[in-house]
Design a protein around this ligand. Sequence first.
Ligand code: GLP
Length: 269
Amino acid sequence: MRLLISKHNLGKWAAHYVAKKINAFNPTADKPFVLGLPTGSTPLDMYRELIELNKAGKVSFEHVVTFNMDEYCGLAETHPESYHYYMHHYFFDHINIKSENINILNGNATDLDAECEAYEAKISAVGGIHLQLGGVGEDGHLAFNEPGSSLASKTRSKDLNMSTVIANSRFFDGDINKTPRLALTIGIDTVMQAKEVLIMVKGLAKAPAVYQAIEGSVSSMCPITALQYHRKALILCDELASYDLRVKTVKYFEVMQDEYTAHDAAMNA
Ligand code: GLP
């Protein structure tokens, strides 16, 4: 596990990292780059910057296959708060991705279990996710893997806990009764199977989650801690999100940042 406390705009940093990974992979129709994508407010800057990089010809999504992390159940895909709407509105409609390469769970499927099994099978069929991007909830949830989620979980439906419903109600007129209570989500093990994971974390409210992720013990009650078992996971956070870490921990990770200093230099070139 690596930690980078960045003074840059996190989204810009992440976008350049994603572009670098896609370009280094040199994807083709037969060998696409497979990207796992999140929603939420945190990744918005990344999507904006990726659109700019795509328009400037610095990265192409022609041979990129995407799998979104999660989707609400019972919300029309055209609803402005559905993750289908979000992804098209903030990202897919503005880049050169092929519609057949976009995968988002169908939260309105008649058989939700079959939908989740098919999603998992499709990820395997394309050879797995090369780079899984994500955010984190204040309680450490990843995608919609709420506290208590099995660390061996695969794509499935999940009841959302009250703190997530309350947090998400800001998008539903502040009314928890309008906020979905059920969602489909990739599992913790689905994230763990990705070859690389990049989690973006912003703000003081997420500092306890970052603390648990880096210094806490692995526990299903804080799903992000599972990443301690991942072979290539990076937590990219701003200074506020790092405030619960010990100074010693911060200093420890600071001295391991050569790789990222080089990335910063390339990004600003
Ligand atoms: C929701 C999403 C998560 C996201 C989290 C935090 O629960 N399912 O994938 O990481 O919100 O969102 P934000 O970035 O808006 O804080």
